[in-house]
Write a protein of this length. Structure first.
Length: 135
């Protein structure tokens, strides 16, 4: 079991991640969002690490408060978060207001790969290890 502390902003919880692209790396602050199907990163960050949004042939249609949106999907070389490392992960690119304290959303495409406990009261995320059944 490993415990990760989140940064709190009111009742919201955010974590740091690591992104590596073809040209650079970045450490974005991502909001834990169990209501988001996908992990979404700010366009500016993806451009800064060398991901081309203009040549992205993959699009995802997502539902937001303002309706349906087609958003580019780009591949990052490496994505690390909550002690987990993924190579060649696809993330969605979107513009976040500059007044927000986050750089993106950590969605269920990442979170559902692992056994995690999200503890809103303490602001902790616990990564649990699955034990093999005894023989």
């Amino acid at each position: 079991m490993k415990i990760y502390r989140t940064r709190r902003n009111g009742k919201l919880m955010a974590v740091r991640a690591y992104l590596k692209g073809p040209e650079a790396e970045h450490f974005p602050r991502l909001l834990i969002d169990t209501g988001s199907t996908y992990t979404i990163i700010g366009k500016e960050i993806l451009k800064a690490i060398g991901c081309s949004l203009a040549t992205s042939s993959r699009q995802k249609c997502i539902v937001a408060a303002s309706g349906y949106m087609d958003i580019p999907s780009v591949q990052v070389e490496r994505f690390n978060c909550l002690g987990q490392h993924l190579e060649n992960m696809f993330v969605l690119a979107h513009t976040f207001p500059s007044s927000t304290y986050i750089d993106g959303l950590l969605g269920m495409d990442f979170l559902s790969k692992y056994v995690l406990e999200i503890r809103p009261k303490s602001g902790d995320i616990v990564r649990c290890r699955i034990q093999s059944p005894s023989r």
